[in-house]
Design a binder for this molecule. Structure first.
Ligand code: FE2
Length: 244
């Protein structure tokens, strides 16, 4: 009885995550959902998979998505009173570590997840040579960096052991659930598996941008046991981000 319940739950839903801390569901401000209706529809579908709280992380990328607290909070507020209030956690950002990364000029601080966690990414095709220094700079300002989807950076595909360095310098790593399902390709899946097998994954995220991503999760969950994929890891989503 117990094994049936636990296996069923772990296989078919995302209740074990509790809180999603990486998505592009806020409407109209990056390459994620375009319309409010899309956002509401996606939130409903993901909550049906068992996710109970969402912390939204639109891109802040100077050249392409020059968001700021004003644009992001406005998009967040637009979701209120539309029947999804219980799902709304908070808003932060996914910072692209490009030349516009605003550590020095932004005196009011970075948009962070609860607990001062800051989600960062870099180009998929070229390593940011300042990455370790930037992580250090973020840390000395009192933030805790999280590297988004380490499995997606092609320059680590050849030698994923290079990613161990991030853990050593105190940067948590967040793997995309879609990577585990093979959505982005075999290399991303292989590196996600490597990180999971070494216990290097601290957080998981949907990184959902649009309905196709949700569909891939729904289909993937019917075939794959995502919970067991991370059995060597201490996944912190619920512990850090499940507050209501
Ligand atoms: Fe993202």
């Amino acid at each position: 009885m117990f094994s049936f319940f636990s296996r069923n739950s772990a296989n078919n839903d995302l209740k074990w995550i509790n809180a999603d801390m990486h998505s592009h569901i806020l409407p109209g401000i990056d390459d994620g959902c375009a319309q409010l209706e899309d956002s509401l529809h996606i939130l409903e579908r993901l909550s049906n998979l068992g996710i109970q709280k969402f912390h939204f992380t639109p891109h802040i990328f100077k050249e392409m998505y020059p968001n700021n607290e004003g644009s992001i909070s406005h998009a967040f507020e637009s979701l209120k009173g539309k029947g999804v209030d219980s799902l709304l956690g908070s808003y932060a950002a996914e910072y692209m570590l490009d030349s516009g990364f605003p550590l020095e000029e932004n005196q009011s601080g970075l948009l962070s997840l609860p607990g001062n966690y800051v989600l960062i990414e870099m180009s998929y095709i070229q390593e940011n040579k300042q990455i370790e220094k930037t992580i250090f700079d973020i840390q000395i300002q009192g933030y805790k960096p999280i590297l988004a989807h380490p499995e997606r950076y092609v320059f680590y595909h050849q030698d994923p052991s290079k990613l161990v360095r991030f853990k050593e310098i105190g940067c948590l790593m967040q793997v995309n659930l879609l990577s585990v399902l093979g959505y982005y390709g075999a290399n991303e899946k292989r590196v996600a598996k490597y990180l999971a097998s070494k216990g290097l994954v601290s957080l998981v995220g949907t990184d959902v941008h649009h309905e196709r991503h949700v569909k891939a999760l729904e289909i993937g969950l019917k075939k794959s046991n995502l919970y067991s994929f991370f059995k060597e890891c201490k996944i912190l989503n619920a512990e850090l981000f499940s507050y209501s």
